[in-house]
Design a protein around this ligand. Structure first.
Ligand code: UD1
Length: 421
């Protein structure tokens, strides 16, 4: 079992480069299937989710290699159209491979993704979008069997702006005949990045990153290079850490334009944020004050993925903060772990009331999910004494070398890899 040991209670000082966005690289890797050629994707974070996506590409018959932050995919030969249960379970978002496999192969077989740490994870909107484009979708036991000898462009009206359903719709539409209009599309910056990658492939896409996306199906160019955008949630995590622990840090390779919801809340807490080109200096000299009610929502609202890390900073604020989680049903699993560190938080359904305490203390805690695990690291940096965070596998899905990053920021953090008994 691996643990992250953090000795907290000291301000942070230092500089790091923020990793590329996990939620951008995964859809882009899925999109390479459409290409029948070679893609070079730069600024890829070294994460277990990225390796899971690479393993799916290899399983399908592509050549794919990760080296020094660059993934090279050669998708000229695709030999199969299924994703086995083991790969689907390794990464819940494997379902975004459905659209491109269907577009490329005319058929796709995936096992149904079940629920996850955040609650039920339905894919009804993904399936409805495939049907709109002309696919037949059969659910057989735990399998999903889809067939579409030829996809045809259509109008897809999403009832909610689901990120994954927008991705699947865009990717299936890119390989369909004719034009697809997606309304109420997710507007996340990672969707814009996917649109840019598809445009580089020569597919006509407009409106990616707005509520209406238009995709004209077409043939992709045989070679393309793309650089993934910075990870706004990783950046939010490190700003939350300096907000909680105090100090003066510089984050390089960030795009503050994509994180206004987060920087607004953190500025209200008293963190001084100074953007300078692609860098962001973050200074905190006092105890944080509460940011006011934080309600999560689809972009440009406050990201649900940043809720746990901001909550960890609010746990030491001078006063109370209310959180309202509107995106996922079960996104407060980090709360009992924060309570073990001395936090004062009450949860009632979708609302959590965080009464800031003067000091947290180190404890043995467990990462319950990816961002919940990151929240524990933020709390640990501010806490007196030593915290040991177990179940690091969750954190490894989304944070590249977290112990090294925290050490570069002046934190005392160490990863201990113990052999399982
Ligand atoms: C993506 C992100 C994840 C983030 C989430 C919300 C990736 C790889 N993951 O996940 O980090 O937390 O957006 O910003 O980009 N829903 C349905 N039916 C569907 C699909 C979704 O009811 O078919 C619901 C979900 O249960 C959830 C809401 O829609 O309540 C939003 O989910 P969605 O935007 O699809 O999230 P993901 O794409 O899974």
């Amino acid at each position: 079992m691996s643990v992250l040991k953090i000795e907290g209670g000291r301000p942070l000082n230092g500089r790091i480069r923020v990793q590329g966005a996990k939620n951008s690289v995964l859809p882009i890797l899925a999109a390479t299937i459409l290409q029948r050629g070679e893609s070079v994707i730069r600024n890829c974070p070294d994460l277990t989710d990225v390796h899971a996506a690479i393993d799916i590409l290899r399983h399908l018959g592509c050549a794919a290699k990760f080296e020094n932050g660059t993934v090279r995919v050669d998708s000229r030969s695709i030999t199969r159209s299924d994703i086995p249960d083991e790969l689907m379970r390794r990464m819940r978002s494997s379902v975004i491979f459905l659209g491109p496999i269907l577009a490329r192969c005319g058929e796709a077989t995936l096992s149904m993704p079940g629920g996850c740490e955040l609650g039920p994870r339905p894919i009804d909107l993904h399936l409805e979008a495939m049907r709109r484009l002309g696919a037949r979708v059969d659910e057989n036991g735990g399998d999903l069997i889809c067939a579409a000898p030829g996809l045809t462009g259509a109008r897809i009206d999403l009832p909610i702006p689901s990120v994954g359903a927008t991705v699947n719709s865009m990717l299936a539409a890119a390989g369909a005949k004719g034009v697809t209009f997606i309304t109420n599309a997710a507007r996340e910056p990672e969707i814009r990045d996917l649109g840019e990658y598809l445009t580089e492939l020569g597919i006509r896409v407009s409106g990616a990153g707005t509520s209406t996306v238009t995709v004209e199906g077409g043939t992709a160019r045989p070679y393309t290079e793309h650089t993934v955008i910075p990870d706004r949630i990783a950046a939010a995590t490190y700003i939350s850490a300096v907000t909680a622990a105090g100090g003066d840090i510089v984050l390089a390779g960030v795009d503050t334009g994509d994180m206004a919801g987060v920087t607004r809340a953190l500025s209200k807490m008293g963190t001084e944020l100074e953007p300078n080109g692609g860098e962001l200096r973050c200074r905190m000299k006092k105890r944080p004050v509460p940011p006011g009610t934080v309600t999560t929502g689809p972009y440009p609202g406050f990201p649900t993925d940043a809720q746990p890390v901001l909550m960890a900073a609010c746990a030491v604020a001078e006063g109370a903060t209310a959180f309202v989680e509107t995106v996922f049903q079960n996104r407060y699993r980090h709360v009992p772990e924060l309570l073990r560190m001395g936090a004062d938080i009450r949860v009632d359904g979708r609302v959590a009331i965080v009464q800031g305490v003067k000091r947290l203390h180190g404890a043995k805690v467990e990462a319950t999910d990816l961002r919940g695990g990151a929240a524990l690291a933020v709390a640990a940096l501010a806490a007196e004494g030593v915290t040991e965070i177990s179940c690091l596998g969750h954190i490894d899905r989304g944070y590249e070398k977290i112990a090294d990053c925290l050490t570069s920021l002046g934190g005392r953090a160490e990863r201990i890899d113990r052999k399982d008994k």
